[in-house]
Design a protein around this ligand. Structure first.
Ligand code: CP
Length: 312
């Protein structure tokens, strides 16, 4: 059974990007391979874009949609096999996933990193628990280590807007008051490695991404140098991998400004903290692509769901 768990589940990225263009609003009535089928979306964490764009995509494909805020309203799940369940978990994921699998033909799961135990987060217990026990295809709506739907929307955005055959794309770390997961930068790097782009990654020392997930790379610690000649600047905060989940740096000098952006186009997955991650002038200016990225989340969900419906 196929799933959509990471950008590696995109067999041919050029084909997906081409197909994405045919799905854009105004491109005609989409096919409805989901008619008579049900998608269940389970949110263990908050969401605006993922929740609404995935529902919209599902409905365009003819799917019925069930949505549950599992984190707030579901039973606490036990993920380990063979445990004596005398703690806080009321239900094992084996039963929970199998039950949902009886109500749905596809299941979307959002389950972020806890950021306290790197090994636990890397194991992706909730996502892989649903893969193991649900018996239906699983859609990753952002897990501990990846956000493939966002990455695909970002790739669609660059493919749609670039005027160059090989644009320079800079992923730039930004300060943030809270510790955030590495899922978005991980998936962005992975998908950019398959695009015809010149990718540069800049972050302070101590913020190196996990080479097991993104491959070995040479970070540029000098943000100004990294931004030189950029066509796209993707700004994102993430917490330290090496000192797992810790905020090591809040230097406002890493915030993106209009001056630093220069002629480049600005990207961010949203939600974003104004004047902490990026200044107002950038977000409100004509070089910001953030709304286009959010719009393309519907297309990326349509592509992923179509893929899962096709392969059942
Ligand atoms: N970019 C993104 O995934 O947004 P939400 O967390 O609001 O779904």
């Amino acid at each position: 059974m196929k799933h959509f768990l990471s950008t590696d589940d995109i067999d041919s990225l050029p084909e997906w990007l081409k197909k994405g263009r045919t799905l854009a609003p105004g491109s005609g009535t989409p096919e409805q391979p989901g008619l008579g089928k049900t998608l269940c979306l389970l949110f263990f964490n908050n969401s605006l874009r993922t929740r609404l764009s995935t529902q919209k995509a599902a409905r365009l494909l003819g799917l019925e949609v069930l949505v549950m805020n599992f984190g707030a309203e579901g039973w606490n799940l036990e993920l380990e096999d063979g445990t004596i369940m005398d703690g806080g978990a009321a239900e094992h994921i084996a039963e929970a996933a199998a039950v949902v699998g009886q109500y749905a033909d596809l299941i979307g799961v959002r389950a972020f990193a806890g950021l306290s135990d790197r090994t636990l987060d890397s194991a992706e217990g909730i996502l892989h628990g649903f893969v193991k026990y649900a018996g239906v295809p699983i859609l990753n709506m952002e897990s501990a280590t990846g956000h493939p739907l966002q990455a695909l929307a970002d790739a669609l955005t660059i493919a749609e807007t670039t005027k160059k055959t090989t644009p320079k794309v800079v992923l730039s770390w930004a300060p943030h008051p809270r510790a955030l997961p590495q899922a978005v930068p991980n998936s962005f790097v992975r998908i950019m490695q398959r695009m015809p782009v010149d990718l540069v990654i800049t972050h302070p020392k101590g913020y190196g991404l996990d080479a097991n997930l993104v491959g070995a790379y040479e970070p540029v610690y000098d943000q100004k140098k990294a931004l030189d000649g950029a066509d796209y600047v993707y700004v994102k905060n993430w917490s330290s991998v090496q000192e797992y989940g810790r905020v090591l740096n809040r230097d406002p000098g890493w915030m993106m400004t209009a001056e630093k952006l220069g002629e480049a186009q600005f990207m961010h997955c949203l939600p974003v903290r104004r004047n902490m991650v990026v200044e107002d002038a950038v977000l409100d200016g004509p070089q910001s692509l953030v709304l286009k990225q959010a719009a393309n989340r519907t297309l990326s969900a349509q592509l992923a769901l179509t893929h899962l419906l096709d392969v059942q």
